[in-house]
Design a binder for this molecule. Structure first.
Ligand SMILES: [Zn+2]
Ligand SMILES: [Zn+2]
Length: 352
């Protein structure tokens, strides 16, 4: 009989069970990682609670993975036994037209994490393709694996503020105070923005913004977000406005609060199939730049990883809960309600 491990297995929408499953076998030319820390991402919650795999269950999600090399296939020399690695979930081919044009976040031959079982488990395996393509980074012994796991959610936000060139003196509005909104705020301040405004409809999330240098907080459950942000900018609007939540309402709001000639960013994905009603005259008459952001290029992934390890990145303030993997369903609820900012799960942490 195969050796067994603990895993959080999705059996259907909203049906996640902590159970014993076989440890993955080491693929030819690949390796197996013992998972030390795995972040719970907003996209995981969406995938776990909807029919994300169109009936193809059971499946193990989990893509913000840091762990130690547990097994290496014969003849493989790219990784060492016991070495701690952060693995970016998508390995870009670096050969397709998008990759060669500097848009590897749009790789047309990506080795995507949803094709293979993920990291909500004690062990995860990687194939030879992953070793060929890289997007795996050595994590020094001195670095907490929980901190290193934040490199993944940091990467897309890092890429966004770089691509829209948030710079010295900018006023930036971010609609959404989840981990993505918080990262966008931290990075905007690091890049020299003079005023960062964060809005959310959840007061619990806004209460947690203290350590991140946010200049203005707007509680959308108490006031009109658009009116308030226009007031805060003396009716000028902000240089850059970012929709960082899954609502189409925010997508309209950022068009209203962006100054003439400014940049409105559609960062947060919305539920599949939903369409937004937008006043496109705002784009036209204000000469707005509208930018849709997704992912990070391979070099941005690397730079975000380096920043995540840097003590100036406030990882400890972002991670509100470190929980055993067994408590994944509780972690989902804590994140949904806004009680948790960021939960990182540890399969090695046992209950009791
Ligand atoms: Zn993620
Ligand atoms: Zn490619």
């Amino acid at each position: 009989m195969d050796a067994l491990m603990d895993a959080a297995v999705m059996h259907g929408p909203g049906d996640v069970r902590f159970e014993r499953v076989p440890i993955p076998t080491c693929p030819e030319g690949g390796f197996v990682l013992k998972v030390e820390a795995v972040g719970l991402c907003g996209s995981d919650i969406r995938n776990l609670s909807t029919d994300s795999r169109k009936g193809d269950y059971p499946f193990i999600y989990g893509h913000e993975v840091v762990g130690c090399v547990h097994e290496v296939a014969p003849g493989v020399d790219g990784v060492a036994m016991g070495e701690r690695l952060y693995i970016y979930p998508e390995a870009h081919c670096l050969r397709c037209e998008n990759c060669r044009s500097g848009r590897s976040n749009q790789c047309t031959d990506v080795d995507s994490y949803v094709k293979r079982p993920g990291g909500f488990a004690e062990y995860i395996s990687y194939t030879a393709t992953r070793l060929e393509r890289g997007a795996m980074y050595h994590v020094p012994e001195s670095v907490d694996p929980v901190r290193a796991s934040l490199a993944e959610p940091l990467s897309s936000t890092y890429a966004c503020v770089e691509n829209i060139d948030v710079c010295l003196g900018d006023t930036v509005a971010i609609l959404g105070a989840g981990p993505i909104g918080v990262n966008l705020a931290i990075l905007s301040k690091m890049r020299g923005a003079s005023k960062v405004i964060v809005a959310d409809v959840n007061g619990d999330r806004l209460d947690r913004l203290g350590p991140f240098g946010v200049d203005e907080v707007v509680d959308g459950s108490m006031c009109d977000v658009v009116d308030t942000i226009l007031l805060l900018t003396h009716s000028r609007g902000v240089d850059k406005a970012i929709s960082a939540n899954p609502s189409t309402t925010s997508q309209q709001q950022i068009l209203e609060i962006t100054r003439a000639g400014g940049t409105a960013v559609f960062f947060g994905g919305v539920p599949r199939g939903s369409t937004a009603e937008l006043d496109t005259n705002l784009i036209h008459y204000k000469s707005l730049w509208v930018y849709g952001h997704y992912g990070a290029t391979s070099i941005q992934v690397q730079r975000a990883f380096e920043l995540a390890l840097d003590p100036k990145y406030p990882a400890e303030s972002i991670v509100s809960h470190v929980l055993p993997l067994a408590r994944i369903n509780e972690a989902i609820e804590l994140t949904r309600s806004g009680e948790a900012l960021k939960v990182v799960l540890k399969p090695t942490l046992k209950e009791g």
